[in-house]
Design a protein around this ligand. Structure first.
Ligand code: BGC
Length: 265
């Protein structure tokens, strides 16, 4: 069957849970061989690999802390050695370590910036190097980088200042990189998800009152699901989106419409 990502190799960081898991499964269903990158929970990554293989796809798991330069370089060496290269990087690994600003430790700041921003830089840099080494393969682009950002690349978020700063950084890193590598036909974009039902925000969707408050922030009046993101991701990574470049693609049920300003009176 001629699937839209046939013959391509993708690496999805943080691919063992939440949005990353769903993107890994979606890209594999569209024909890509997927490296499921994870940190510290091998059984979850193996479950994703098994799911993909059971559905007729190809996948392998690889542990890397994306904030570790040498480990990221090792991951790309393995992609070359065992998968014959790489066509798609999904820069998804991310975490929250929330604290009131005056209580935030340097460790909390460094870890969130390290994974969410430096991690995306390190993986993107290795991907760009690999794309240029390899030359054109089975896509119209030399390679594709998809950063998973957040509505908090533009919406300020008190109590989560390390996280908002990391995502604001991802936005201008992505756009500046898109400007820099567009001329060699490397496509770089972001998806900026809103509130998606994943382990990262369980305390919100698990608590009826918190969920009710969340709905005030979402014009479409539902929480997002990982599938909402993975469908957009598969499209952006495919040649169907060959003219989509340097864009933050908001998949947020309208959260960035600032519905608190609606005059419902
Ligand atoms: C955060 C979630 C939050 C959502 C909307 C995401 O980037 O990780 O915890 O629910 O933004 O505020």
């Amino acid at each position: 069957m001629n699937k839209k990502l046939n013959g391509q190799v993708a690496v999805v960081t943080g691919g063992s849970s939440g949005i990353g898991r769903c993107i890994a499964i979606g890209l594999a269903a569209d024909g890509a061989t997927v490296m499921v990158n994870y940190f510290r929970q091998p059984e979850m990554a193996e479950e994703v690999v098994k799911h993909i293989v059971d559905h007729g796809g190809q996948a392998l798991a690889h542990e890397t802390d994306v904030s570790d330069e040498a480990a990221v370089q090792e991951m790309f060496r393995r992609l070359e050695a065992e998968c014959g290269g790489v066509d798609i990087l999904v820069n998804n690994a991310g975490l929250q370590q929330d604290a009131a600003f005056e209580d935030m430790t340097l460790e909390q700041w460094d870890r969130v910036i390290g994974v969410n921003l430096t991690g995306q830089f390190l993986c993107a840099r290795e991907a760009v190097r690999a794309f240029k080494r390899q030359g054109f393969r089975s896509s119209k682009a030399l390679g594709k980088i998809l950063c998973i950002s957040s509505v908090h690349e533009v919406i300020p978020w008190a109590g989560h200042i390390n996280y908002a700063a990391s995502k604001g950084g991802v936005m201008l890193m992505m756009k500046s990189l898109a400007q820099e590598v567009g001329p060699v036909r490397i496509r770089v974009n972001s998806i900026a998800p809103g509130a998606i039902r994943t382990p990262i925000n369980r305390e919100v969707w698990d608590d009826p009152e918190a969920l009710d408050n969340l709905m005030k922030l979402i014009p479409l009046k539902r929480i997002g699901e990982s599938d909402d993101i993975s469908r957009a991701a598969a499209w952006i990574c495919s040649d169907e989106a060959d003219y989509v470049h340097g864009t933050s693609f908001f998949v947020d049920g309208g959260m960035t419409l600032y519905p608190g300003f609606a005059d419902n009176g």
